[in-house]
Every structure is written in C-alpha cells, then in structure tokens.
Design a binder for this molecule. Structure first.
Ligand code: S3P
Length: 440
C-alpha cells in the first residue's frame, strides 16, 4: 500500500498534450468513502479509489480503529463497516501524513468516541490551523486540545455525548463543515451548519451521506442533520479528480497544438470554478457525455489550445476553485494582459503558503507576479527557465511542471515527493500526454 514517489522533476521545454487520459480518483470523495463505509452497517464497495498517500492515510487510520478493509487493488476497496458505534480504540497515534482533510474530518468522528486518541501528521500538517475545528467541536461538548496555537498534534478525550448545535462558519471551508456534520452523526439532536456569505463549499459529505441512506437537509447555505441515526453500506464509484485534471486543463490550454480528452471527471458544481475561470480567460473547453456516478455529476472534457487573456477573478468563484490556483497562476503567466485574484487568503494556509510559493517560483522563471495578502497579480508574458522549489506541496510541483510547455529552457522542480499524496501516477500520465519529463 505504499506509493512510489520521486524527489525531483526535470522537464524539457515545449511540446503539446494529446490523447485520452483518466486522472486518478477524487481525493475528497475517496476520504469520505472510507469514513462513511467504516461507520455504515454492512459491506461497502468502492471503485476508482485514489491510491495516493492522503487517502491511504485515512484508510490506515480506520484499520487502526479495528475496521477490516480489503484493498486497494486497482482502485477497488471493500470495507466491512462496523456501524456507528463500532470503532475501537487505536493502539497507536493516528498519523495522517500531509492530509489536512484526514485530520479535520477525523477529528469530528474521534471527538464523539468513547476512547481517547491522538492525531498527528508531517511537518507541513503540524503547522496548519486546527482552531477552526477545535473551537466548534468544543461548543458541541468535545474534549479536544491542540498543541501550541491549536496546531497539531490533536489530543481527544472521550465525553459522555456531543450535543448538536447551530454553527455559522466564519471561513468557507468544506473541511470544517464536514468535520461538524460527522460529529453531528453522533450528537444528541440537530446539527445545523450555515455556510458563510463568501461562498458555498464542496458538498461531497452531504451527497455521500444521502447515498448511505442518512437524511441531510440542504437549503442554500443551511445544512442540517439529526444525530444518532444509522448509515447503510452502499457502492461508491469515485470519479476522476477535477483538481488533478486541472493541470492537464491548463497544460493543454497553454501549449499550441494540444488537444486532449480527460475521461470520467467529477464536475460537482461546488468544484467547477477552475472550468469557469479558464473559460473566462478564453480557454477552449467542451464538456460531453454528461452522466452521474455515485451521486456526483461526471463528464468527459475536451481541451484544445487557445490564446488566453488575463482576467479579474470573480470572488464568488474562489471557494469553487480553491485547490486549482497554482495551475491557474501558470495559465495567467501565459495569458495576455493582467490577471488579478483577490479574496483567496485561504491559499496561505494550504499544504504550503501557495501565494508565496507560486509568486517565488514564477519570479524565478522571469514572470511578473506580485503576491498580495489575499491573492496575486500576474502580468502574462514569457516563461523562462530555472529551478523552482515546490516547498513540498504537490500542487505547486505539478503546476510548475506544466509551465515547461511554454518555457524557454528546462524547468527543474525540487521536493516533489508529495505529488504522491494526490496524483501517484502523475509523471507517467504527463509523459504519455506529451511532456518531456524526467523524474528521479
Ligand atoms: C477539502 C476541502 C478544501 C480543499 C481540500 C480538500 C475537502 O479545503 O482545499 O484540498 O475534501 O473537504 P477547505 O475546506 O479547508 O477549503
């Protein structure tokens, strides 16, 4: 169950992307399929599961809590659900590596258990903010502590029973919403979450709960559920991850002569900001073969090269494209005119500070990029060559790899091992599609 990872990429300039590709399974949906499958009554079968380090860490955490899980074998996982009260005390600290989603969502489940637990992660995760889940979980009656400044590791002690509550989220975060909905499954009474004005966040948890037969009411920004009901095992078909497809959407858009089809991509409307933003920039993107898989809308996407223009990104699209900005910044660097992003301060607390890391790498490549407190200004032009640091962030590494398609010389990207957290076969797929990439 371990994933091959490469430390460095060296990508020769030029080339174009062609062919049909299926990128790996959606990371958000893969995490949730393990969590709900484990808590359900009966046997859940998952197809298309992301065999990346992040979702594998979620899987390992549930195995450590006594859940029998078979696979993954070519994306298939079988979970023998233990029911809502069936998790067992883990014998060890639960280590979730680089995965903020694992830590934040698991904390909601663990806060409601009759045993104590400790959640920890890697160097990047242990400096990420956890107060956003600690504070509301405490309001529900949880006994959860972070270390200094509410950062991980998180230590969770049992309490008699959580209480449902109404919570207005101060930040647009699907991880916070999902953490509290998961805690709400175990709580007395109703849990109501109100999403902030700044925008709706991804709703995979709500959709998947419904798929497991658990009633969730969603009315615009208000989501609610009653605690102490049961989940029924089901089959989950995980679509390809739009966040991974984003690198190829951008690569094909910027490289003359490109024409690719990305297959079976999830296009949940709470995730499609990247498509809207690229289309506003003039990208040639067509969605076809619309269908549903596991309660989620899925399509095939054709992308051809286009001349992109800089835009001012509408702020309502920011939460809908929050993971795709590293790739979008590369598109902006190849566009004519000015690109302006505001309202995206959340980028500063992702796997790394993505505003600072992207601005630094783009400047190394000779791009006119100015970081701001909550976004970026980029004046498109030529991309040079050089060595950029990914700061251990998978999406920064993959974004700069795509920049090579328009670079004047080779681009070397350091610290790439975390690409394996979300896109374990990135190097192979990128090579097949037409990138001249060497990984070591
Ligand atoms: C995720 C939600 C997003 C996203 C992350 C995955 C999820 O984070 O950036 O990669 O699966 O719920 P926030 O909810 O904190 O914005």
């Amino acid at each position: 169950m371990s994933v091959i990872s490469y430390k460095k990429f060296c990508v020769k300039p030029g080339g174009k992307l062609t062919g049909r590709l299926r990128v790996p399974g959606d990371k958000s949906i893969s995490h949730r399929s393990i969590m709900l499958g484990a808590l359900a009554d009966g046997v859940t079968r998952i197809r298309g599961f992301l065999e990346g380090e992040d979702s594998l860490n979620t899987l390992r955490a549930f195995q450590a809590m006594g859940v029998q899980i078979e696979g993954p074998v070519e994306g298939e996982v079988i979970i023998h659900g233990v029911g809502i009260d069936g998790l067992k005390e883990p014998l060890e600290v639960l280590y979730v590596g680089n995965s903020g989603t694992s830590m934040r969502l698991l904390s909601g489940i663990l806060a409601a258990q009759s045993f104590s637990s400790i959640l920890t992660g890697d160097e990047s995760l242990t400096v990420r903010p956890m107060k956003r889940v600690i504070a509301p979980l405490k309001q529900m009656g949880a006994n959860i502590q972070g270390s200094q400044d509410d950062k991980p590791p998180l230590s969770i002690q049992p309490v008699p029973r959580l209480k449902g509550m109404t919570y207005e989220m101060p930040v647009a975060s699907a991880q916070v919403k999902s953490c509290l909905l998961l805690a709400g499954l175990f709580a007395e009474g109703e849990t109501v979450i109100i999403e902030p004005q700044s925008g709706l966040t991804r709703d995979h948890t709500e959709r998947m709960l419904t798929g497991f037969g658990y009633e969730v009411a969603s009315q615009g920004a208000r989501i609610s559920l009653q605690g102490r009901r049961r989940l029924t095992a089901t089959t989950v078909d995980v679509p390809a991850d739009l966040s991974s497809a984003a690198f190829f959407l951008v690569g094909a858009s910027i490289a003359p002569g490109s024409d690719i089809v990305l297959e079976h991509v999830g296009v949940n409307p709470t995730r499609t900001g990247v498509l809207d933003i690229l289309k506003l920039m003039g990208a040639d993107i067509t969605l076809f073969n619309q269908r549903k898989a596991g309660g989620e809308p899925v399509v095939d996407i054709r992308v051809r090269h286009a001349n992109l223009q800089g835009i001012t990104v509408p702020e309502r699209l920011v939460p809908l494209a929050i993971d795709e900005f590293p790739a979008i910044f590369v598109a902006a660097a190849c566009a004519s005119g000015k690109f302006v992003l505001t309202g995206a301060e959340e980028l500063r607390v992702k796997e790394t500070d993505r505003i600072a890391a992207m601005a630094e790498g783009l400047k190394t490549l000779g791009v006119d990029a100015k970081p701001t407190s909550d976004g970026m200004k980029i004046r498109g032009g030529k991309i040079g060559s050089g060595t950029v640091a990914s700061h251990g962030d998978h999406r920064i590494a993959m974004a700069f790899t795509m920049a090579s398609l328009r670079a004047s010389g080779p681009i070397k990207v350091n610290d790439c091992s975390n690409v394996a957290t979300s896109f374990p076969n990135f190097v192979e797929l990128a090579h097949t599609a037409g990138l001249n990439i060497n990984a070591s």
